[in-house]
Design a protein. Structure first.
Length: 107
């Protein structure tokens, strides 16, 4: 298994939120919406994760508004998509196996 897996829930949702260009506050809002408010990323958590993801090459800075300090948009990279795909396959396997075992336990 890839040493980068499993992804933390925060990393999973950040990668999901940057499949199109998105800025920090947009990522926070999207993750909160996707999870019905269950996952709320604080700015410290988000920006620490973003720095780590940029360093790993999983996301890149898509655009930067040099007029203001706030608007950096991020976008998932090819390697970020590959890791995300591996993780979704791993999670799908978990769900398939859980469903299989549940089916066996009802006999």
């Amino acid at each position: 298994m890839d040493k980068n897996l499993p992804l933390t829930e925060a990393i999973f949702y950040i990668l999901l939120a940057v499949r199109k260009p998105n800025h920090g506050y947009g990522i926070i809002q999207e993750v909160e919406t996707l999870t019905g408010g269950r996952v709320v990323l604080g700015p410290g958590t988000l920006y620490g994760a973003i720095q780590s993801l940029v360093k790993k090459g999983w996301i890149s800075i898509y655009s930067e508004d040099t007029e203001s300090r706030k608007k950096k948009e991020y976008l998932i990279t090819k390697s970020g998509k590959a890791v995300f795909e591996e993780e979704t396959q791993r999670l799908a396997e978990l769900l398939r196996n859980a469903a299989l075992m549940e089916g066996m336990n009802h006999d």
